[in-house]
Design a protein around this ligand. Structure first.
Ligand code: CP
Length: 476
C-alpha cells in the first residue's frame, strides 16, 4: 500500500492493518539502521515543537537524519511569528511551502488537525495539548507486540493522569481496536474524560464496565482498584459473559502496566489536592504482588515521582526501550508518508469498523462553539478563519464531537433549514430533546447552544421548546 501524502493527526488515521504493516517496516529499519541513508535524500522535515520535548523531537529528527533527509526546526512559539499574532493556518501554509513533511507539537487541542488542513504536505501530530499523541502510541504498541507477540486479549492497566494524558487517549483507542482489555486506574480527580469513554464504546466498539467508586484509592495499593473497565465487545469472550465477577477479573494477572505522570502543565489552578492523596508510586514493593509477576512496566516518559528509579534494573521495565524504539518506528512512518516505502497490509482483525467519516458532519454557522476552551477553534476564534465543525454522534441526547479536539457538546435547541426557508412564520426552534430531532434530516439541521442565539438569528420558540422526552442514548 502506498501511503504517500497522508497525514497522521490521530491514531484513527491508520487502520489496524496499516499499523501492523508499519511495524514490519520498523523491524526492517531497526535491522538495517545504518543502511537507509538514501531513502529520503533531498526531503526536508519541518520540526515544529511549541511545547517541551526530549524523546519525540529528538527521535523524529534522528529518524529523518537516518533516512538521509534534512531537518528545519522551530522550538519556541516566542521565536516565531505566531508570537506576533500569525495564525496557525498561515504558519502551516508557509512551513508547508518550505518542507516536504511537518511534525508539530502544539499546546492547543486540535492544532495539528488545522495544520494538516492548511499545510499542503503530510503532517504528523507530535502531541496537541491533552488531545492525542499518536506516534507515542505507535511506540507503545510496537513495544507491547515485541514483548508479548500480540495485543489482542491482553490485559493492560493504565495508571496516572488519564484526564490530560494525551498518550493515554491515543493508546486507549488503539488498544480497544486491537482487542485488548483495558483497566483504568486514574489518580483521583484525573479520570478518563467522558468523550474518550464514549469514543471507546462507540467508534472503537468497546464495552464499558464501571467498577467501584472512581476517585477512591484502594487500601491494598494499586490493585484491586476502582476502575473503569473496557473490553472489546466482540469477539472477546469476557464481554459475552454479562455476570462475570468483576472482582475476580480485576485480580487476574496484568500483562502490561502503563504509568503516566501528572500533567501539571495542563491542570487548572483548582486541581491537584485530591490527586496528591491518591498518588500511587510504582516501585519494587508494588511489583512483588503476584499479579505483576510477568507484567511489563511501561511509561511514555518523562517521569516525575510516580515510577521509582529502583525499577529501572528490573527486566520487566520497558520505558527506555519504548523511547529507543521511537527511532525505527518514526523512520518507518516518515518513509511511508513521504512515499519512500510501501507496505503490505496483513490480514488482521480490524476493530475500527466505525470510522469517523461515518458520522454526519455539522458545519453550519449557527453560533455553535466547541465546549473546550483549549480547542484551537476557541483559541483562534478572533481570527475567525476556522469554521467550527462537529460530528453528530448521537441524537438522544443530541451529542456532537468537535472535529478538531473531539470534546463533546450537548446543544439544547434545534431548527430545520427546510421549513423556514423563505417563510418567516415557520422559522421556529425546538428543544433538542423533542421528537423533531428525528424528523429533521442531518443536512437540514440547524443547532443552537442557547435560545438567545436562536432568537438572534431570527428564530421564534415553538411549542416544542420546553417539551422534553426521556433521555435515551441513541448513537448514530
Ligand atoms: N513521550 C514523550 O512525548 O516525551 P517527550 O515529551 O520528551 O517528547
Amino acid at each position: 500500500m502506498n501511503m504517500a501524502g497522508r497525514s497522521m493527526v490521530t491514531i484513527d488515521d491508520l487502520s489496524n492493518g496499516e499499523i501492523e504493516g508499519l511495524f514490519s517496516l520498523a523491524d526492517e529499519m531497526s535491522d538495517s539502521m545504518g543502511q537507509q541513508a538514501t531513502l529520503c535524500q533531498g526531503k526536508i522535515m519541518a520540526s515544529l515543537f511549541f511545547e517541551p520535548s526530549t524523546r519525540t523531537r529528538l527521535s523524529f529528527e534522528t529518524a529523518m537524519n537516518r533516512l538521509g533527509g534534512r531537518v528545519i526546526s522551530a522550538v519556541d512559539i516566542g521565536a516565531t511569528s505566531l508570537a506576533k499574532g500569525e495564525s496557525v493556518a498561515d504558519m502551516a501554509r508557509v512551513a508547508g511551502s518550505y518542507a516536504d513533511i511537518i511534525v508539530i507539537r502544539h499546546p492547543w487541542e486540535g492544532a495539528a488537525g488545522v495544520v494538516a488542513e492548511y499545510a499542503g504536505v503530510p503532517v504528523i501530530n507530535a502531541g496537541d495539548g491533552g488531545h492525542e499523541h499518536p506516534t507515542q502510541t505507535l511506540c507503545d504498541l510496537y513495544t507491547v507486540k515485541k514483548e508479548r507477540k500480540t495485543i489482542k486479549g491482553l490485559r493492560i492497566a493504565l495508571s496516572g493522569d488519564l484526564k490530560y494524558g494525551r498518550t493515554i487517549h491515543s493508546l486507549s483507542y488503539a488498544l480497544a481496536r486491537f482487542g485488548a482489555t483495558i483497566l483504568f486506574h486514574p489518580y483521583p480527580g484525573l479520570e478518563m474524560p467522558e468523550y474518550v469513554l464514549r469514543k471507546l464504546t462507540t467508534r472503537c466498539k468497546g464495552k464499558l464496565r464501571r467498577y467501584g467508586a472512581l476517585g477512591t484509592a484502594s487500601k491494598e495499593g494499586l490493585f484491586p482498584i476502582d476502575a473503569v473497565y473496557v473490553t472489546p465487545s466482540s469477539p472477546h469472550q469476557l464481554a459475552m459473559i454479562p455476570d462475570i465477577s468483576m472482582q475476580v477479573e480485576l485480580e487476574k494477572d496484568v500483562d502490561a502496566l502503563y504509568v503516566t505522570r501528572i500533567q501539571k502543565e495542563r491542570q487548572k489552578e483548582t486541581e491537584g489536592k485530591e490527586t496528591k492523596n491518591g498518588h500511587v508510586v510504582v516501585d519494587k514493593e508494588l511489583l512483588k504482588k503476584k499479579k505483576f509477576k510477568k507484567t511489563i512496566i511501561m511509561h511514555p516518559l518523562p517521569r516525575v515521582d510516580e515510577l521509582a528509579y529502583e525499577v529501572d534494573g528490573d527486566p520487566r521495565s520497558m520505558y527506555f526501550k519504548q523511547a529507543a524504539r521511537g527511532v525505527p518506528v518514526r523512520m518507518a512512518l516518515l518513509a511511508l508518508l513521504l512515499g519512500a516505502k510501501e507496505i503490505i497490509i496483513p490480514d488482521v482483525d480490524d476493530y475500527s469498523s466505525v470510522r469517523q467519516e461515518d458520522y454526519p458532519v455539522y458545519r453550519r454557522d449557527s453560533g455553535l462553539k466547541c465546549s473546550n476552551p483549549k480547542c484551537i477553534t476557541n483559541q483562534e476564534s478572533e481570527i475567525r478563519y476556522i469554521k467550527p465543525a462537529f460530528r453528530i454522534v448521537s441524537l438522544k441526547p443530541l451529542t456532537l464531537h468537535c472535529f478538531f479536539c473531539e470534546h463533546e457538546l450537548y446543544p439544547k435547541y434545534i431548527a430545520s433549514a427546510d421549513w423556514h426557508e423563505g417563510k418567516t412564520e415557520t422559522k421556529k426552534y425546538h428543544s433538542a430533546t423533542s421528537s423533531w430531532i428525528r424528523r429533521i434530516q442531518p443536512e437540514k439541521l440547524i443547532i443552537f447552544d442557547s435560545e438567545e442565539e436562536a432568537q438572534l438569528r431570527g428564530f421564534k420558540p415553538s411549542s416544542y421548546v420546553t417539551r422534553d422526552t426521556a433521555p435515551e442514548n441513541t448513537d448514530i
